[in-house]
Design a protein around this ligand. Structure first.
Ligand code: GSH
Length: 209
């Protein structure tokens, strides 16, 4: 299997998951954003986004979906939740929530504070979407207050998916507004050796600190 990755971008989700699961993989590091700095990448993934993932004839572009694929395809049940478990719906909800609800507003902040230059920066849009993101953490704030992990009292790819969103928020300086329980949850996840290895790869090419 092969993953195209930019440091600290959403491709960190499948990279972290592969490290947790102990897979062998090929990694192609790209500068960010690849559509600007490595135009040939559009020939690999016409969306120009990372992750791009290939496993034989299978190609995928969605970070949380790739983590889900790895659990199901390679029977990594220890990192997932079984369909007949009472928390299965909750598990899927966190997986989808991680990107559609928690990462999306942050991309507006990233774009209009860091990627655009000069007059194209939009402080008002960045401020509004930062507030939107923090408000969307309410469900997690309540859920994680008395739990170590999101589902079934164990580490799963739901933690990878949501943990990445929190990590991105930290790299944008939004963690000042995290509740204590969310800060502590993120610290626990970032202490995992698999996270530390995945997050260290390609740091020198990153616009994120
Ligand atoms: N929904 C996709 C989004 C992928 C995505 O937009 N990735 C961003 C990095 S976090 C990207 O590649 N942006 C570069 C660009 O838009 O040119 C996922 O969850 O993986």
């Amino acid at each position: 299997m092969k993953l195209w990755h930019c440091h600290n971008a959403r491709s960190l989700r499948p990279l972290w998951a592969m490290e947790e699961m102990g897979f062998d993989y090929e990694l192609e590091m790209l500068p960010f954003p690849p559509r600007v700095f490595q135009k040939g990448y559009l020939g690999v993934n016409p969306l120009g986004t990372v992750p791009f993932f290939q496993d034989g004839d299978v190609t995928m572009t969605e970070s949380s979906g790739i983590c889900h694929y790895l659990v199901e395809k390679y029977q990594q049940a220890g990192f997932g939740v079984a369909v007949d478990h009472p928390e299965y719906g909750d598990y899927l909800n966190w997986l989808y929530h991680s990107d559609a609800t928690l990462t999306f507003p942050q991309t507006i902040v990233l774009r209009y504070t860091m990627l655009e230059q000069g007059d194209r920066r939009l402080p008002q849009a960045a401020e509004d979407y930062a507030a939107w993101y923090i408000a969307r953490l309410r469900r997690l704030d309540a859920h994680i207050i008395d739990r170590e992990f999101l589902c079934v009292d164990k580490f799963t790819i739901a933690d990878v998916a949501v943990g990445y969103a929190l990590h991105l928020g930290q790299s944008l300086g939004l963690d000042e507004c995290y509740t204590d329980q969310v800060k502590n949850y993120l610290t626990r996840l970032q202490a995992r050796p698999a996270f530390q290895k995945a997050a260290s790869l390609g740091a020198e090419q990153s616009p994120f600190k």
